[in-house]
Every structure is written in C-alpha cells, then in structure tokens.
Design a protein around this ligand. Structure first.
Ligand code: ADP
Ligand code: ZN
Length: 767
C-alpha cells in the first residue's frame, strides 16, 4: 500500500514529556509508535512520542504536530516492548523513559539513500512517510544497514575518535572537500580529533567515510584520556580460564534466556568470565550490553575491554558531555559498536540483536534510580534478557539477597568461583572492640591503639593504608551543652554538619549553609560542642599524628570537580599516597597494589539507619572495603573498629562469609515478611503543610483498602519529615507477591505530575 503526502493528517495519540496524560494531535498518516515529534503544549514546544492513531479523538479542533523528528522509530522493537513494560511497572510515561534511551538532541541530517534511490532527507521533506517507514522496517529487521544515517557534521564520534592520515592520495581523484581534509590533517602533523577536523576542513562526515574506504585515512577510537596516559595498562592479557571459570562459561547457553548469578569474591576472575562470554557473543554476530555501577571507577575495565575488542566498545559515560554521549549512542544506532558499557540508564540503550547482558556488582544501589522514573536497571536487565531471548549474567562477591534467594529457589542459576587465582589470599580481618578501647583510655576513641600501631608499621614499610568512615564533614552536628539543643537546617528536619575548611554549617539535604555562630542560637550560651567526627576531621587528626605521611581524602566534598575522583584514585594507585581517607566511594572496584592495611573507623554507622536492609548494606560495605586490602602479592589486613562486635553483619563481614550472613539474615526477612519474601511499593507525597501532604495519601488508602492481598502501612510522616520547606508523608504497600501491587496501580492510577509519586521496589525509605 502506498500512502503519499496527499493523504490528510490523522488524529494521533501523542504522549508528551510533561505531566499530562497523552494528547491527540493531527499528524501525517503512517506514523509508528515510538517516532518522536515536536508538538506544542500550551504554546511551549515539547518532545512527544507517537503512541498510535486515536480511534476516538476528542471533538475539538485538533492542533497539528510541529514536526516529525524521526523518519521511523529509532528504538529497536524489543526495546520498545521493554519500555512499555517499564512504563506499566514503574507507573510512568513512555515519554519519561525515552530520554533515558536517546540523548535529547539525536536529530540528524538524513543523508542515506533509500533502496528506492531517494535520499532519506528528501523523502522526509516531501512527507513520503511510506518510504521512510519502509526503510525503518528494513533497518529494524537488519535487512538494511544505514551507515550514513546519523552522520551529522562534527557530531559523529566527536571528541572520541581520532582521524589519522594513512595513505597518499592520487591527485586526480581528490575532490575539493577531500583535499581540505587531507590538508588539515597534514597541517596538524597527521592526526586530529574528528570533530575539530570536520570543523577545520568544512567537510561532512561522508567525506571522511569515503577517504577511509579508499584507505587514505583511518579512524581510531580514543579511550578516556586518563586511561590513555596510564602506564599501568596491560595489553590484552589473555588468561587461561581455570576449571570453575570454564564451567561458568559453559553453563551459559547462548541465544536463550536464562539468569545466572556469578558469585565469587573480588579477584576470583568474574570479569574474565564476562570477557569470554562477550567474545563468544560478538563472534556470533550479536551484541553485548554490559552494566557497571559507576563508570568513573571503571577505567581499568574500559581499557581491558578496549584491549580485547578494539574499536568495538561504546561507553555510556555519565560524566561525558552531551555531544560525546550522543556520539556513542549514535554508534549504537548505526550498529557500529557491538559492545556497550554503561551505568544504570544504559539498560535502555538502543542496541538491537542482544546476545548477552552482564550486570556487574549486581547488588549495587546505584542501579536503582532515585528520581522519577525510579527504574531498577538490574531488574530491567532481567526483563530485557527475557524479551530479547538472551542470557543475563549477574555478578557479585556479595549478591543482593533478592538475587541470592532467586538462585536458592532455582529461578536463577548459581555459578560459583571459589578461589582467587594464583595464591592471592583474602586479607585477615581483626575486630577492635571500641568499648574496650573506651575502658582503656577513658574517653571516646577515634583511632584505637591497634589502628595507630598498624598505621605506623604500614608507613614504616612504605606500604599504603586506607581508612574508611562513612560520614563527611568535620563534625556531624553541633549541640549546646547548656540547653542541649542541636542546630538544625531552617528548611529541613535534619541537623547541620560542620565543615571546618569552608568554615560553614551545612545542610546535606538542601545545601543551606551558614557561618557557624559563636554562641548557641537557642539560649546564647557559649558552650557549643561538635558531635560525631567526619572524614574532614579524620584527615586533620592524621596530619597531626603522622606529619610526614602523604594523606589524601576522597569524599563528596573533595571530588566535586569532574575527574577529581579518578585523578585521586590514580595517584593512590601509582603509589603517591600513603594514607587514603574517605567515605564509601573508596570501597568500590579499585585495585591498589601497595595497599596492605584497611581501617574501618566505625563499622556501626550504617547499622543505625532504620531500614530493614541496614544489616545487608553494612555487610556488603565492610566486605567490599576489606577486599581492597592485599590484592597483589602483599598480604593485606583489615582492622574493623566497632561498638557491636556481636552483630551478625559484623561477625560475618569479619569472616568474609557471605553465605553465612545470608543464612542468618534470610529467615529473619521471611519471618517479618520483608523482601525477598514480599514485594513493596512506596507512595510519597509532599505539601506546604503536613495536612496537605497527608490528604492525597489518605484518599489513596481509601481507594486501595479492598485490594485483596495488600497490606497498607500508613500514611505516616516520612523519616525525614521536612526537606526544603516541604512536608513529606509516605505510605508503604506490601504484598506476598507483586500481583496486588500491580492491581493497586490499576485501581488508582497516578496522575502524571500529581501530588503522589510511586517508588516500586524501593531501596530507600526516605531517610
Ligand atoms: P573479579 O572480576 O572477580 O574481581 P578478575 O576477572 O578481574 O576478577 O580477575 C582478577 C585478576 O586475576 C585479573 O588480573 C585477572 O586477569 C586475573 N585472572 C582471572 N582469572 C585468571 C586465570 N584463570 N588465570 C590467570 N589469571 C586470572
Ligand atoms: Zn536543609
């Protein structure tokens, strides 16, 4: 059937990235679900997503769409199914999910020729949606490659790809544009980044492509500058997999859905297993999605990947600028990079023909979004694997109890790696009972005698130490000794934290800050006392205790500038730091060959948080930090200071025994009906007064009371009852399975942008 631009526009349902239900516009016929359009909402231009024709349009004068951005849906059909699932599951609009898949500005010059010989751009301008739709179908089915589709001047690979001169052109065959490129390259000594080159030569990317085809230039993908400079980089170091690793690889059936939990301590060789599986998948012509919790801490992994799969890796880098991000997503759309590494949102990356999904450190909380839409990338990865019919591998040294229980129940397949290769031992962990230290010294102890001795010895041996305290600032809060009151944020119901370097009292929630007062703001007395040391104070005290040591503090306060965390970690890795002090950001994925002492200053901090996952989180954090010690030839040790040496999370962390921890924790969860033995939804609302915040939740409760199998807790004040002058209330829904929670969403659908928001499978309860 041929539709032409002569056809009249049709009413079309379009979801807009605004807090509204879908709206109906007049659009060219033949638009497909997933195509992006620009429309006006109350006279403001906004992005919209086509949902489909509207069979029953409202009886008013409909507005036309302003423009159609994509000639056909840019998302592979399987991914579109995943989005529809996610929208239903998390209670959000497709238009809210779309920006997570595609950078907002993916608009291109359509240069490619259609099979009919017409230029894509011309067809689009002429409104030949039929031709475009046809091309789109062919592209989706993989029958048509559109290498030039997204070539937009200066965009493709900008900043990431270097162009090098590799041959001598034949003078007679060079077009003026090609000549400009060659001159620009020669002028720059033979190589330039692609973006600046195209700029300088006023040439389009198709010119480069032609030159490349003729063997005159080569495009070389550049990795993160940081990883380029490193001396530590290994070339592709192929290892011979040991028996367990080979078994793990063999257990993963290519081309079939199945979830595998790869469980092994840090350094047991999980990454080698992923690499092997990825290689196998790429060799079969399929693509790999590889999720990591935090890309900033993954430079080593990226160089390992680039070494193994040169030029085939694209990176969804949270820290990249928009153009760079766009460049890598464009490579995916062009099928130019079959392996995509990225953080949370990468689970929605527009890769097609997936053959493998890897989720490394699957227990990490960063996979769950803290903002609307509150997706969980690990859970969506499993769903995506199911839709794509490909294996999913979740890896961890300390799996989430959700995944562990799924493996126990046989829904996931457990793959174990028991040993660290080649005689690398686990560090020894020793508990320092702070109650004993208190008795010994008759005052509160920050550094126990044992820890001070350990630090001294380690310094003397010219090895490295790392000290962890999960609290930043100098003093956690200030209190008046006379009236006993604390200094709180005027806008939030939390205390202010003292930052000595900045000489400010700061609110860690809203950023409010004030110059510290000299007398109590409540009673005027002069006896103000700081309570609860933070990393800034630890650094201060260390400088007094060990004046000759090179000390580096890494926490949110010292790493605000982009790249500063990476730079600090690199300095430590290169041996330029003797004592590293910081918050939990030190715990993750780093390899310090010379680190032999890890001190955990107060292992109990996380246990006090009123959350049923407090023990699990503490266990994970402690085990992870402990794993930092002694990865190379040097034997490591860990000193763990605690006031509660008998707590199961501490006992099992000391033994670094995840399975024992899970054995003790799971029955407790089951008895109390917590996940993984139940499912939860958290509804929140805010208001200018407590009553205003409460009302919509009260209404919601009335609507949901008759849903079978649902337990409703609340509405109640949120643990932090006020933030930025807004009062917060919450209500928790609990059920033995997910069914009643879905039923609740159908029974009382949330108005997009309404007073109530939903967090399904919440990881944080608003503390
Ligand atoms: P994990 O991902 O579990 O932390 P890695 O895969 O990074 O572990 O392995 C840790 C180190 O051990 C790496 O340097 C890796 O190259 C090496 N390694 C892993 N498996 C083997 C093996 N079978 N033989 C030799 N070295 C190995
Ligand atoms: Zn505040």
């Amino acid at each position: 059937m041929i539709t032409t631009n002569m056809d009249a526009p049709v009413p079309t349902r379009i979801e807009v990235a605004r807090p509204f239900p879908p709206l109906t516009y007049l659009a060219p016929p033949g638009l497909q679900p997933g195509q992006r359009v620009r429309v006006k909402v109350r006279n403001a231009a906004t992005l919209g997503v086509v949902l489909g024709p509207d069979p029953d349009p409202p009886k008013v004068k409909l507005r036309p769409v302003d423009s159609v951005l994509d000639p056909f849906p840019l998302l592979p059909p399987r991914l579109w199914e995943l989005l529809e699932f996610a929208a239903r599951y998390y209670g959000c609009g497709l238009a809210h999910l779309l920006p997570l898949c595609l950078p907002p500005a993916v608009e291109a010059d359509w240069e490619t020729l259609l099979p009919s010989g017409q230029r894509l751009g011309e067809a689009r301008e002429a409104g030949r949606w039929d031709l475009l739709a046809e091309a789109g179908r062919a592209w989706h089915e993989g029958a048509l490659a559109l290498p030039g589709l997204f070539h937009r001047r200066g965009l493709r690979g900008a900043g990431l790809t270097e162009v090098r001169l590799t041959g001598q052109p034949h003078p007679a065959r060079v077009t003026p544009a090609q000549a400009r490129v060659i001159f620009a390259l020669e002028g720059a000594g033979g190589a330039l980044l692609e973006g600046p080159l195209l700029e300088a030569s006023q040439a389009g990317a198709s010119v480069l492509a032609t030159l490349e085809r003729h063997g005159l230039v080569a495009r070389v993908r550049r990795m993160d500058l940081l990883s380029q400079k490193r001396e530590l980089d290994e070339p592709d170091k192929r290892v011979e997999l040991n028996g367990e690793q080979r078994q793990a690889v063999a257990a993963v059936t290519p081309g079939a859905f199945g979830v595998h939990l790869l469980y092994g301590v840090t350094g047991s060789g999980k990454t080698e297993v992923y690499l092997e599986l990825a290689e196998r998948t790429l060799a079969a012509g399929r693509r790999v999605l590889w999720l990591v919790p935090e890309i900033g801490l993954t430079t080593r992994l990226l160089s390992r990947l680039e070494a193994r799969f040169p030029g085939r890796v694209a990176v969804g880098h949270a820290g990249l600028n928009a153009t760079e991000k766009q460049a890598d997503v464009l490579r995916l759309l062009q099928d130019d990079a079959p392996l995509f590494v990225g953080v949370r949102n990468a689970v929605l990356a527009p890769l097609r023909d997936l053959g493998l999904i890897v989720v490394d450190e699957e227990q990490e909380g960063s996979y769950k979004s803290e903002e609307h839409p509150r997706i969980h990338a690990r859970d969506l990865a499993v769903k995506r694997g199911q839709l794509e019919g490909c294996p999913v591998v979740l890896g961890s040294a300390t799996p989430s109890l959700e995944s562990w229980q799924a493996a126990n129940a046989g829904r996931y397949r457990l793959l174990r790696l028991r040993d660290r290769p080649a005689g690398v031992d686990l560090p020894t962990v020793k508990v320092v009972d702070l109650r004993e230290s208190f008795k010994e010294e008759r005052r509160k102890v920050v550094f126990s005698r044992q820890l001070l001795e350990g630090l001294g010895e380690t310094l003397a041996r010219r090895e490295q130490s790392m000290l962890l305290l999960n609290r930043r600032g100098f003093e956690n809060f200030w209190m008046c000794r006379a009236c006993g009151r604390t200094f709180e944020c005027p806008h939030c119901s939390v205390t202010l934290t003292y930052h000595k370097g900045a000489f400010r009292l700061r609110c860690h929630l809203c950023g409010y800050e004030s110059v510290p007062p000299e007398v109590c703001i409540h009673c005027g007395a002069e006896h103000i006392r700081g309570v609860g040391e933070g990393t800034e104070q630890i650094e201060d005290q260390l400088r007094t205790l060990f004046p000759a040591a090179r000390i580096l503090r890494l926490d949110r306060d010292t790493t605000t500038r982009r790249g500063s965390l990476e730079a600090g970690l690199l300095a430590a890795e290169l041996g330029e730091v003797d004592i590293l002090v910081g918050t939990q950001m030190l715990a993750k994925g780093h390899n310090f060959p010379n680190l032999t002492l890890v001190g955990i200053l107060n292992a109990d901090l996380g246990l006090k948080i009123p959350d049923f996952r407090a023990a699990e989180r503490t266990f994970q954090l402690l085990t992870q930090v402990a794993g930092r010690a002694g990865r190379a030839e040097l034997k490591g040790r860990v000193l763990l200071q605690t006031y509660s040496p008998d707590h199961p999370a501490i006992i099992h962390a000391v033994a670094q025994d995840f399975e024992a921890f899970a054995r003790e924790e799971l029955p407790y969860r089951e008895a109390l009906g917590y996940p993984p033995f139940s499912a939860m939804s958290l509804y929140r609302s805010e208001g200018d007064t407590p009553g205003e915040a409460l009302e919509p939740l009260r209404q919601l409760r009335l609507a949901l009371e008759t849903v079978p199998g649902l337990r409703i807790l609340g509405p109640l004040e949120a643990p932090i009852a006020r933030v930025k002058d807004r009062y917060r209330m919450q209500m928790i829904l609990k059920a033995a399975t997910r069914g009643p929670l879905g039923e609740a969403m159908r029974r009382a659908p949330l108005v997009p942008g309404g007073a109530v928001t939903l967090d399904r499978d919440p990881l944080s309860f608003g503390v």
